[in-house]
Design a protein around this ligand. Structure first.
Ligand SMILES: NC(=O)CC[C@H](N)C(=O)O
Length: 465
């Protein structure tokens, strides 16, 4: 008995003769000699292989093998066991998506494809199925199912902030003052932002604006797009920044909260929902006839869905132990309560423009394939059940709590428990993925709990006179 698998379908699409001929000609013309076949692991790490470009046709038709440890964030847990690994040399099949071909601007002899990963054909029970822990292919499936059910597409614009440190990047900050938005601060970052913007543009980003925020913190933005494309760009953007850091001999950190008392590195997701395609597409969150800040009914329900599942999504939006320090340090424009507001930067969801919801939970260490998949499910739940988000928060959320929604979980452990308990958010992912995520992140939390910090040494050491 032979059945067509998802892997077969992907292979068939890639083997379209005319498209193959076009692409191989393009790659030849570009002068690329080496090709990265890459994807991301569950924690957002870019993984993959390099193959000489002369094997391009074969790789497009059959993919490349990727060892299972690459996709399962192999790490040693606190008992010394390997998580998600195993002793057998199981290989998955990484199939490139032809439309993602790009030439690396920092070395034009290298090209890259982004892939989706499948169980290998020879495993009878699962052979040819999408790999359950492949977040990139999961987002595409979740998004396609959402479109099928609602006729809508999620568009998203992400704003990753990050901290640059190293020789030549220090900015002197006078006590009580801030370097935010100073062009003199931006000047210090000139070698950084110029390279990042040039590389990003060469990789097809429509870069729109950038600014200097807190010490060492740079935010460079690009135009929003379909959520799948934006998630790919967030991952590529972090790759670009790491490359620029290597070239300049400095450090590029997406750590969510590098220091207390200054702003953390957020990665706000600006969301809109579109019906139709091309020039006829309309954003259903706003009524084009109304100029003052408002939401349509669908928009209100989308906010209701996001807020109802904010706690359940938190472990994906703030995926590290350090993420939670960003929410604790109230007053630094990261959310700390589950609420929404009209152009209110202290809320979980800010209506940042008519028709645009800014979800402020995600930080710069987010895996954008997980965050967008979760947001799609939360929004769908909001639309399906006409969830009312209540009135917008007026004034700062840092003082006093409006009581409609539960508080945000404020440690990774609490967030993991909320994720495990939220069947809508958890159900966005194959169970195997949800379980691996809980296992990996639970282990990260446990290792942190066992770590003795400087704060404890200072707090509990008896310094006798
Ligand atoms: N400009 C801003 O809104 C700052 C956001 C803030 N850095 C955060 O952690 O989310």
């Amino acid at each position: 008995m032979s059945t067509t698998t998802a892997l077969d379908e992907h292979k068939e699409r890639n083997a379209d003769e005319a498209a193959l001929r076009d692409l191989t000609a393009r790659v030849e013309e570009s002068g690329v000699e080496f090709v990265y076949y890459q994807t991301v692991s569950l924690t957002g790490r870019v993984v993959g292989k390099v193959v000489p470009a002369r094997h391009l046709r074969r790789n497009l038709e059959r993919g490349v093998n990727l060892h299972r440890t690459a996709m399962s964030d192999l790490q040693v847990d606190r008992f010394g066991a390997l998580l998600g690994g195993g002793t057998e040399a199981a290989e998955f099949t990484a199939m490139p998506d032809p439309e993602t071909f790009a030439v690396l601007p920092w070395d034009t002899t290298v090209g890259r494809f982004l892939c989706r990963v499948y169980e290998p054909g020879h495993r009878p029970e699962v052979g040819g199925r999408p790999l359950a822990t492949d977040a990139r292919s999961n987002l595409r499936r979740v998004h396609a199912a959402f479109t099928e059910a609602t006729g809508l597409r999620l568009r998203s614009g992400c704003e990753p902030e990050m901290t640059w440190t190293g020789p030549g990047l220090d900015v002197h900050v006078k006590p009580g003052s801030s370097p935010s938005y100073h062009v003199d601060s931006l000047e210090v970052m000139r070698p950084v932002y110029q390279r990042v913007i040039r590389y990003a543009q060469a990789l097809g980003f429509d870069m729109i604006e950038g600014d200097y925020e807190d010490p060492g913190q740079l935010e460079l933005n690009w135009l929003f797009d379909d959520a799948d494309a934006t998630a790919d760009r967030v991952v590529t953007y972090r790759q670009i920044c790491r490359q620029v850091a290597r070239e300049l001999g400095v450090t590029a950190s997406f750590m969510p909260k590098p220091a207390a008392g200054v702003m953390g590195n957020g990665c706000h997701h600006n969301l809109s929902l579109w019906r139709g395609t091309g020039d006829d597409a309309e954003n259903v969150l706003a009524d084009p006839g109304v100029t003052e800040m408002h939401l349509t009914d669908l928009g209100r329900h989308a906010v209701g869905g996001i807020l109802s599942h904010a706690a359940g999504m938190m472990a994906l939006m703030g995926p590290t132990v350090n993420s939670y320090k960003r929410y604790w340090d109230a007053g630094q424009f990261a959310p700390s309560q589950i609420n929404w507001g009209m152009d209110n930067k202290t809320c979980t969801v800010r209506l940042s423009a008519n028709g645009r919801l800014e979800c402020k939970l995600p930080d710069a260490s987010v895996n954008p394939y997980l965050s967008h998949a979760a947001l799609i499910s939360a929004i769908k739940d909001g639309l399906d059940h006409a969830i009312d988000p209540g009135p917008p928060q007026a004034g700062s959320s840092y003082e006093g709590a409006p009581g409609k929604f539960e508080p945000l979980p404020l440690t990774l452990r609490d967030a993991l428990d909320a994720f495990a308990a939220d069947s809508v958010v958890r159900g966005t992912f194959p169970e195997e993925m949800a379980e691996l995520y809980l296992e990996l992140k639970g282990d990260e939390w446990a290792r942190f709990c066992g770590h003795i910090t400087d704060w404890e040494r200072e707090m509990y050491t008896e310094h006798l006179p």
